[in-house]
Design a protein around this ligand. Structure first.
Ligand SMILES: Nc1ncnc2c1ncn2[C@@H]1O[C@H](COP(=O)(O)OP(=O)(O)OP(=O)(O)O)[C@@H](O)[C@H]1O
Ligand SMILES: [Mg+2]
Length: 214
């Protein structure tokens, strides 16, 4: 399995949203797992809401590390036959637990909101990841329109990391899907279809970058 860790020191950037949405999307074609390394348990709670759906979807599964350290668990998951993807959600911090999540990852995904404060703050996250020797990619999340997303991507180009050419828009359907324990592809309506389409493009790009690095 390939491992993707969602990391950003800044709170509310979209780590948990992207972890869940990408895990559902990846699960459309292959095994998909989530690991929740945030004591807030946002991802775990979403997954529990998902388990209450009738019928409960099989993917993604949530892995309870149950005392095992992430490094050991990741080594086992990596060897699992049949491919698939693991998404590791982390706290809004870049300390040892996040460093471990970064080290075990094939690719670190850093979501960033297109606000001046967020664009500025991401530099610190990237600096720490660089010190770890871990390559990362940036994904603009929750952009209110195309123009803001473009400006954000331009501002992010000063950092020596790839920036996803497609952004995730600010859409109420991400909140609704969260609440219902669903992926946006499992929601009805035009907004859900647009969200599903943008996520697919982002996911295809992430897989390509992860592939290139190995
Ligand atoms: N693309 C989006 N469109 C609309 N709302 C979004 C989007 N992305 C995230 N949100 C909302 O923004 C809030 C923060 O997102 P999320 O919980 O994913 O961030 P986080 O980085 O995991 O936060 P924390 O650092 O606290 O763990 C949530 O209420 C989420 O539903
Ligand atoms: Mg979170």
């Amino acid at each position: 399995m390939q491992i993707f860790s969602l990391i950003s020191q800044k709170g509310g950037a979209g780590k948990s949203t992207l972890a869940r949405q990408l895990a559902v999307l990846a699960g459309e074609d292959a095994p998909s797992l989530l690991i929740d390394r945030d004591p807030q348990e946002t991802t775990t709670k979403w997954w529990q809401r998902r388990q209450a759906l009738q019928p409960a979807p099989e993917r993604p599964d949530l892995i309870d590390l149950d005392g095992t350290d992430l490094t050991t668990a990741a080594a086992t998951l990596r060897k699992r036959p049949g491919g698939g993807a693991v998404f590791v959600d982390t706290r809004p911090a870049v300390a040892e637990p996040e460093a471990e999540a970064a080290r075990v990852a094939d690719l670190v995904i850093v979501p960033v909101r297109p606000s001046p404060d967020d664009l500025e703050a991401v530099g610190e996250t990237l600096k720490i990841l660089r010190r770890l020797g871990q390559r990362a990619v940036l994904v603009v999340n929750a952009a209110k329109n195309e123009g803001r997303a473009r400006d954000a991507r331009a501002a992010l180009s000063r950092y020596p990391v790839p920036v996803c050419p497609t952004h995730i828009a600010d859409r109420a359907v991400y909140l609704d899907a969260s609440l219902e324990g669903r992926g946006v592809g499992e929601m009805r309506g035009a907004a859900a279809r647009d969200a599903h389409a943008e996520l697919r493009t982002v996911w295809a790009w992430l897989q390509e970058v992860a592939h290139e690095q190995h």
